[in-house]
Design a protein around this ligand. Structure first.
Ligand code: PHE
Length: 442
């Protein structure tokens, strides 16, 4: 079994790979409009509080579970405790497949937009052309499926390379690039005439848009953005050397994830306001607004494809972590070779994703509970599987195998105040708060 397992080569390699998992479409595509809808600054305060209490605590527990067991989610819960707890591992692998399937569809859109912005799209003079292009393209039916397939193939290419030569190598190259590009684009957006209205919308609290639903929205956003509750970071943790100290790593990864989300907000919302678009236009925000911005800006024809390439990269490193979770399960539990496991998992992820790829065109009217297939998958993952997984991980690490996890995380520093707060959050706050939000959101 272990011959197929890998290990990260360095602490930095792990941090960048984990950041690669957490930083993705959730930060750049989703966070700005969720924050806008949730009341701007009011949402942000709540979001930051959640990230650095519940989110950070669960992240630390999740990485520790993986490293303590050196196994995939199913194997980890089985080795550390077994019995019904193994089911939590299966839930994680299931969630990985569900997210992988629809995530790769949006990943495919980003690839298509690299090509579209290299082509004539930016020559449009009427701002409506960008919305039309987006609607026509996502309606498909052929291209969204093809790009979804291409995106899955790219992810499989990275995962086949293994932990060190695939995941770590690509993360080390791509994550710094992403940060540089985002900062540059952010500066450009903030200096557009009229941009300040977007900064105000993003940062200044609007209590009218803030209500009970905002609390749930902030939590699902935090879970999704931090890749929590479904075993991705557990799997990455299983490839981390036991010599590394975990708390600092979890703080760094959480801070990186949050910083990128904030930068994305300071890019997209100011640009949205500067060009008079509706900030609450949901999923289309990045794909409709940004091309319009690039069409106006000096060197936009260079920046636009570069931006979508980097958005694709952010999505790719997240998709890779989802795929790796499924692959680790097959390698550890079924003894499948890495290449075959990758082919199986990517193939399955692709197949389950096809109805999602068609949900904006041919299958747009095929709805259940008022949601398309894509909407259902997203709902299932973010509103059910991830919170349930998060509660499970908190209870498991805080109560069930408490001593083992404390040793893994704290060594002999268990008496420090931060350690006590962490334990208290895992044992009491996280299960109660997440359960409350989960139930009230159903
Ligand atoms: N965190 C990723 C993002 O923000 C999405 C993701 C969720 C990745 C769960 C892995 C696991 O885009």
């Amino acid at each position: 079994m272990s011959s197929e397992r890998g290990e990260f080569g360095s602490r930095l390699g792990f941090v960048l790979a984990a950041a690669g998992s957490t930083i993705g479409l959730g930060n750049i595509w989703r966070f700005p409009y969720v924050a806008g809808e949730g009341g701007g600054g009011a949402f942000l305060v709540l979001y930051l509080a959640m990230v650095f209490t519940l989110g950070l605590s669960i992240m630390l527990a999740e990485i520790a579970i993986g490293r303590a067991a050196k196994r995939n989610p199913v194997g980890a819960f089985r080795t550390l405790k077994g019995g019904a707890w193994t089911g939590l591992g299966y839930l994680g692998v299931l969630a990985a497949f569900v997210i992988l399937s629809f995530y790769s569809v949006i990943g495919g859109w980003t690839l298509a937009y690299v090509l579209a912005t290299l082509g004539p799209l930016l020559e449009a003079t009427d701002a409506r052309a960008f919305g039309d292009h987006f609607r026509d393209f996502t309606a498909g039916p052929v291209e969204p499926v093809l790009y979804h397939g291409l995106f899955m193939l790219l992810s499989a290419g990275v995962v086949m390379g293994g932990v060190r030569a695939g995941i770590e190598r690509w993360s080390k190259l791509l994550m710094p690039l992403l940060l540089i590009m985002l900062v540059a684009l952010c500066l450009r957006a903030l200096t557009l005439p009229g941009a300040w209205a977007g900064v105000e919308f993003f940062l200044i609290p609007d209590w009218q848009r803030f209500d009970a639903a905002t609390v749930g929205a902030a939590m699902s956003q935090a879970f999704f953005s931090m890749s929590l509750g479904m075993g991705c970071l557990l799997t990455y943790g299983s490839y981390l050397s036991s010599a590394e100290r975990l708390p600092g790593i979890a703080v760094t990864v959480s801070a990186l994830d949050t910083t990128i989300a904030m930068l994305a907000g300071l890019l997209i919302l100011p640009a949205t306001f500067a060009f008079g678009f509706d900030p609450a236009s949901g999923p289309g925000l990045s794909f409709v607004t940004l091309p319009a911005v690039f069409a106006e800006m000096p060197l936009g024809r260079v920046f636009a494809p570069l931006f979508f390439a980097l958005l694709a990269i952010a999505a790719l490193t997240s998709n890779v972590s989802l795929l790796e979770t499924a692959v680790a399960y097959l390698v550890d539990e079924k003894g499948t070779g890495r290449r075959a496991a990758t082919a199986i998992a990517a193939g399955l992820g692709f197949a389950i994703g096809v109805p999602s790829a068609l949900a904006f065109g041919p299958f747009a009217d095929a709805t259940l509970f008022g949601k398309t297939f894509f909407g259902l998958m997203e709902y299932l993952a973010t509103n059910l599987l991830m919170p349930i997984g998060g509660i499970g991980i908190a209870v498991f690490a805080g109560w069930v195998v408490r001593d083992r996890i404390r040793r893994e995380v704290l060594g002999d520093g268990a008496d420090r105040p931060a350690a006590r707060i962490w334990g208290w959050i895992l044992r009491w706050l996280a299960p109660a708060a997440v359960a409350w939000i989960l139930i009230s959101g159903l």
